[in-house]
Design a protein. Structure first.
Length: 617
């Protein structure tokens, strides 16, 4: 064997070795891109499924398929930086990026199961909420979520087996530039033409849709968060209303105000105190119902004998859930499209329920069993007009279960606070015990449920609501004995739906459920206006939403219509010819004509702009 032969053999060996190493590293790179892309498909397979706790991969793939180039593009874009590392550092970087994206997608999924939307970067400003949400947040996990981390077994095994092939690798600047620039141009082409060059581009709708769930479907969870960060930055500046915005606002109020003659309910409770009890996760379907022969809400049922009751009040909360309800009940404004008003705009001016009643000499107080930092309640409720705010730190919190202080402990301490208030007063308070996952201590379970219902989360919900109902009854009896109910109007509302909204998949596992237990698609909360002096109760079937609560109350309290008809987005349910409501996803409930449909489709965005621009200042 001569030197030439040896040299040729050695050169061929090196070439084969380099070729093999390059192929193995390239294989790892494309495996990582594939797994990250698949996780976006898995995510859709969960959230678009009827039960978002179960994976429907064909559904996820079908919905993601038209946009897979974006899924792949975002994955390649972020992984491209790994090409700047040397040796094993390239693979470690890709593992870390994959791990971060996996964590982000799982958080998105759990958040979606809890709030039926994907989270914005704005939740970084809301970390205080996690103090109360640990148990319920973990209840949104599913055994199927393991699929998101299965790929790490493959990828780590790949590195271990071929670790020698990953060691002597130089950084690849040219490869990085190619892998970074090409997907950046592809992803950025349409938004660059829309936002910078102001051109009309085919398929620009996927970049302008305000629904974060759709944005996630188009771009994957990774792409959604990239655009969300941009939108958070863009929206951090005060919003300036355009001429078109002002025209839309004017047209909406002109449409909404029906200008009907007054009826017998006008000023029916003028001069009375007002007490609003906002009940956690209270749904309309439990009112006047029995389970195993026992009434679930006997005390609320009793109130109906002297009440005006709207059973078809649709929930309209968005990301802020309970805090969104606080906002709507007191301002008749819809929640923000992204984030929460109490966090983002706590000092916005409103023609609110507390402000309008204060003008009539009312003392206004918000009482919360939560900490004031939770959902920024302290600043938010003071911002909408309450003169006084009392929170968790003012109460004996020796008995805590579920989401906070037990309703029994809490309401017992609220009664003497109300007794001391100067009259007339407006007091707004909430309950917590009927918060998911409805794990009421055994000693407080009084319905005596049996069989599979006892062990199902629906049974836990019935027990929790029954417990809260009991203590609302005791609370009102205490106030009545003090003579406070002789001149007090009590409003009971649900803040949002609960068991059907978050845990419907568990209800569907019941082998022989009663028909009324099942989700009928109408997510409604009770709206009860009780006054012990009311002799002619009313049970209304009219369709309304949570933004209709404030104008309805103000009508009964005798507040001049001109004070709120051109600021409240809702309508007075006691004096209207319409029966409809728009939900936070723009679904319209009720029978509507073309004009009403057009206006209801706009009102979510109108409310958003009114709050962000501080329109009523």
């Amino acid at each position: 064997m001569n030197i030439k032969t040896v040299s040729t053999s050695l050169l061929n060996f090196v070439k084969n070795k380099v070729h093999k190493d390059s192929l193995l590293r390239l294989g790892f790179y494309f495996l990582t891109v594939t797994f990250i892309t698949l996780k976006g498909i898995y995510f859709l397979g969960f959230i678009l499924n009827k039960s978002c706790f179960n994976l429907n991969f064909p559904l996820g793939y079908r919905e993601a398929n038209p946009f897979l180039n974006y899924y792949i593009g975002f994955a390649i874009l972020f992984l491209s930086f790994g090409l700047l590392f040397k040796g094993i550092g390239k693979s470690i970087y890709m593992i870390i990026i994959n791990l971060l994206f996996t964590f982000l997608i799982i958080v998105d999924l759990w958040y979606f199961r809890g709030f039926l939307t994907v989270p914005s970067a704005l939740i970084i400003t809301q970390t205080s909420n996690m103090d109360n949400m640990g148990g319920s947040f973990l209840s949104f996990a599913s055994n199927y979520d393991f699929i998101f981390i299965f790929d790490f077994i493959i990828l780590i095994s790949y590195i271990v087996i071929f670790r020698k092939n990953f060691k002597k690798v130089k950084s690849n600047l040219v490869g990085f530039l190619i892998a970074f620039i090409i997907p950046l141009i592809y992803i950025g082409y349409i938004p660059f033409n829309i936002n910078i060059l102001h051109r009309e581009v085919k398929n620009d709708y996927i970049f302008s849709n305000y629904d974060p769930t759709n944005t996630t479907r188009y771009f994957s969870p990774i792409g959604y968060h990239v655009f969300d960060l941009y939108n958070v930055y863009k929206n951090s500046k005060p919003y300036e209303l355009t001429s078109d915005d002002k025209k839309d606002i004017e047209e909406y109020y002109k449409f909404k105000n029906e200008n009907l003659p007054d009826n017998k309910y006008k000023a029916m409770f003028k001069g009375s105190n007002l007490l609003v009890i906002q009940v956690e996760s209270l749904e309309s379907f439990v009112i006047n119902q029995k389970v195993d022969g026992k009434e679930i809400t006997p005390n609320l049922n009793k109130l109906l004998n002297n009440s005006i009751y709207f059973k078809n009040t649709f929930e309209q909360v968005n990301e802020g859930t309970s805090s969104d309800s606080d906002l709507m009940v007191n301002t008749s404004m819809l929640p923000l499209r992204r984030g929460t008003a109490f966090y983002r705009y706590p000092n916005t001016t409103y023609h609110s329920l507390p402000n309008l009643l204060e003008e009539k000499g009312y003392e206004t107080t918000a009482i919360h069993p939560d900490r004031g930092s939770f959902w920024n309640y302290s600043s938010g409720l003071k911002g909408i007009g309450f003169n006084n705010f009392i929170d968790y730190y003012s109460f004996d919190n020796s008995e805590v279960f579920g989401a906070g202080i037990s309703d029994g402990t809490y309401l017992k301490q609220v009664a003497p606070l109300i007794k001391k208030m100067k009259q007339p007063f407006y007091t707004f308070t909430v309950t917590l015990t009927s918060h998911g996952p409805f794990e009421l201590p055994e000693k407080y379970r009084e319905l005596g449920l049996t069989g599979e219902l006892k062990d199902n989360i629906l049974g836990g919900y019935f027990e929790s609501v029954h417990y809260t109902d009991k203590h609302i009854g005791i609370f009102l009896d205490t106030l009545d004995k003090e003579g406070l109910l002789d001149n007090t109007t009590v409003v009971v509302v649900g803040d949002h739906t609960g068991v059907h909204k978050y845990y419907n998949d568990k209800i569907e596992k019941l082998s022989n459920p009663e028909k009324w237990w099942l989700d009928n698609g109408n997510h409604t909360v009770p709206f009860i206006i009780y006054n012990k002096n009311l002799k002619e109760p009313l049970k209304s079937d009219i369709y309304g939403g949570q933004i209709d609560i404030m104008p309805t109350i103000l009508y009964l309290m005798g507040i001049d219509d001109s004070k709120y008809t051109n600021s409240a987005l809702g309508r007075n349910l006691l004096n209207t010819n319409r029966s409809s409501a728009v939900l936070t996803d723009k679904t319209i409930k009720g029978t509507v004509n073309n004009e009403e449909k057009e206006q209801l489709n706009k009102v979510l965005d109108i409310s958003d702009k009114l709050i962000r621009s501080n329109y009523f200042k």
